[in-house]
Design a binder for this molecule. Structure first.
Ligand SMILES: NC(=O)c1ccc[n+]([C@@H]2O[C@H](COP(=O)([O-])OP(=O)(O)OC[C@H]3O[C@@H](n4cnc5c(N)ncnc54)[C@H](OP(=O)(O)O)[C@@H]3O)[C@@H](O)[C@H]2O)c1
Length: 296
């Protein structure tokens, strides 16, 4: 069997079209333009390119987007003051502080300072708590993108054995939690694996849906999965450079061997990656819509 490819590029494109319509409607009916600010501290090249991609996507969808770059030696107090300025700016519905932050700044303190109603990254404890409880909130973008990919590809999650490899706060823990919520797109039986898991192959081999977010290139091989599994590969690993100097990317899954057994699989690139930015845009539009509700 050769797997069906679950294309994040195509799914993201479809969601972006829906968002464009929603942005137009917000403007025409309510005179509201969703606004996003991205705050970049320092000059980390990877962060610069992530922030640039976010701004470009926002512009393409008609979202008002501001990019603020501050020096890497900014004090924690000054950064907190900047966040507070945007907490009180009515044009801005979503605030994103690009991670990682320099070592002298307490990352948690900065993330917790963002107004939860503008926390479009979904990292504030209020949103994480609401997510755990199954309440309406901003979902963290990568897990949110995985949910959309599964749902829009028609993958049945109810009763499925879902195995997640990786327990980070931004991917593994939230996606495990979302998959077990008692609602459509959830209702799975979830196992969460990490570096202390005994006999990981035992778990990966019984997965109906395998979600891998470990940051180890091509770690999961064909002999570690069962026939018919649906595989979501979150990993983005730079494994070299092409002759033209472009980074060569690999996922956490050995695509070539796993695709021979899987029913469906996400590629890298073109899988989860494009969904993450799109979900940031979706959360920003949601924030703008909620700001209207708060005014009523
Ligand atoms: N496509 C996207 O939009 C997107 C978004 C976010 C992340 N990513 C990618 O996804 C990957 C994971 O990112 P992250 O931030 O979630 O990772 P992270 O914070 O580095 O966490 C990695 C997790 O994987 C576990 N792990 C590592 N090696 C393992 C092994 N050999 N066996 C079992 N578990 C193992 C670790 O276990 P311990 O907790 O025991 O150390 C940890 O929980 C990276 O490649 C990252 O670039 C992609």
């Amino acid at each position: 069997m050769s797997a069906k490819i679950i294309s994040g590029t195509e799914t993201a494109k479809a969601i972006r079209e829906e968002l464009k319509t929603e942005v137009t409607e917000l403007k025409e009916k309510y005179n509201v333009v969703p606004g996003l600010v991205t705050i970049l501290v320092g000059d980390n090249p990877a962060s610069q390119s992530y922030v640039a991609a976010k701004n470009k996507t926002a512009h393409a969808l008609g979202i008002h987007s501001e990019q603020v770059t501050v020096p890497g030696d900014i004090s924690e107090d000054d950064l907190l003051a900047l966040v507070d300025k945007y907490n009180n700016d009515d044009k801005i519905h979503g605030i994103l502080v690009q991670l990682p932050l320099p070592g002298h700044i307490n990352e948690a303190k900065v993330l917790f300072a963002i107004d939860p109603d503008k926390d479009v990254d979904g990292f504030h404890p209020v949103n994480i708590g609401k997510m755990m409880l199954g309440e309406q909130c901003f979902l963290p973008c990568t897990p949110h993108g995985i949910l959309e990919l599964l749902q829009r590809s028609g993958v049945e999650t109810s009763g499925a054995e879902v195995v997640v490899v990786g327990r980070s706060n931004i991917v593994g823990k939230p996606i495990a939690n979302l998959m077990l919520q008692k609602r459509a797109g959830g209702n799975a039986t979830v196992t969460l694996c990490h570096t202390r898991t005994r006999d990981m192959d035992f778990h990966t081999r019984r997965a109906d849906i395998l979600i891998v977010a470990a940051g180890v290139p091509k770690m999961i091989k064909g002999d570690q999965v069962k026939e018919g599994v649906v595989v979501i590969d979150v990993g983005v690993n730079r494994i070299g450079k092409s002759e033209s100097g472009k980074a060569i990317l690999a996922g956490d899954v050995d695509f070539d061997s796993v695709k021979e057994k899987a029913a469906a699989i996400t590629p890298v690139p073109g899988g989860v990656g494009p969904m993450t930015i799109t979900m940031l845009m979706k959360n920003t539009v949601q924030a703008a819509r909620q700001s209207l509700d708060n005014k009523e």
